[in-house]
Design a protein around this ligand. Structure first.
Ligand code: FPP
Length: 248
């Protein structure tokens, strides 16, 4: 019996977010350049997306490139962008076959033109798919997103469209690039690091965090199932007491 059979499908998280970390260390372990790790990271992306779609998960957000990643060596940045275009292009038929819709969060304007074009093409081609939504966080950082939301709300107040008293959780949700998505109930980070690294700071407020020492290129379906099983054993109290939850 695989660990997949132990998953309670009635209690699946709707949204899982993943910080795919450890590609560089994985490559180093083989005495190779960092980009070798990123190339092998694509296999883990494929495995994870397939497993998520098979289970019936609604949203999977992958932190593929952060705002801060622009400060990596130019050679690595270029290679990552190239890998992204190549992968999206190659995987579009698989996304279609698995009814997966592709979308993004982040500042796409920062990406090279060719990369933007390929993304827009695949987003358009998969927009009516209604299985899993795969969200790629690209040139994304949560502080960037929150800052934009604040500016846009401030402009609405300035123009008189809304009053400061109208600002609430829902209004902020609406101004973030994750608008329309449920908040992730589970956030997984690979490679043993235990940080959020400017990822979905607002949206992860009540997420369960799961850290695994596995490096991203080694992450597979079984690892995703393990993370979901761990999540399903947790008591999510949202500030309440255990007794309150058990009495309901
Ligand atoms: C973090 O590992 C990984 C990244 C910054 C890039 C992730 C990209 C991929 C998995 C490939 C392309 C993805 C898609 C969605 C097609 P790291 O380089 O920080 O590793 P290290 O911490 O060991 O140095």
């Amino acid at each position: 019996m695989s660990n997949k059979d132990n998953i309670n499908l009635e209690k699946l998280p709707k949204h899982i977010a993943i910080i795919m970390d450890g590609n560089g260390r994985w490559a180093k372990g083989f005495g190779k350049f960092r980009i070798f790790g990123h190339h092998n990271g694509v296999t883990a992306v494929r495995e994870t997306a397939e497993a998520a779609a098979e289970l019936g998960l609604k949203f999977l957000t992958l932190y593929a490139f952060s705002t801060e990643n622009w400060s990596r060596p130019q050679k690595e940045v270029d290679a990552l962008m190239e890998l992204l275009v190549e992968t999206i292009k190659k995987e579009t038929p698989t996304l279609q076959k698995n009814n997966i819709k592709l979308t993004t969060i982040g500042n796409l304007d920062d990406l090279p033109k060719g990369c933007q074009e390929q993304l827009l093409e695949t987003i358009e081609a998969t927009k009516t798919n209604n299985g899993l939504t795969m969200v790629l966080a690209l040139s994304y950082s949560s502080k960037w997103d929150i800052l934009n939301a604040i500016k846009s709300i401030a402009n609405e107040v300035k123009s008189g469209t809304i009053n400061p008293e109208d600002i609430n959780d829902q209004l902020i949700d609406k101004h973030l690039s994750t608008n329309g998505m449920p908040n992730p109930e589970l956030m997984i980070r690979t490679s043993g690091e235990q940080r959020i690294s400017n990822f979905l700071l607002w949206e992860l407020a009540y997420a369960e965090l799961y850290f695994t020492p596995k490096l991203w290129p080694d992450f597979n379906k079984t690892d995703l199932y393990d993370a979901i099983l761990d999540y399903q054993q947790r008591e999510r109290r949202f500030g309440k007491t255990s007794e309150q939850l058990n009495n309901n």
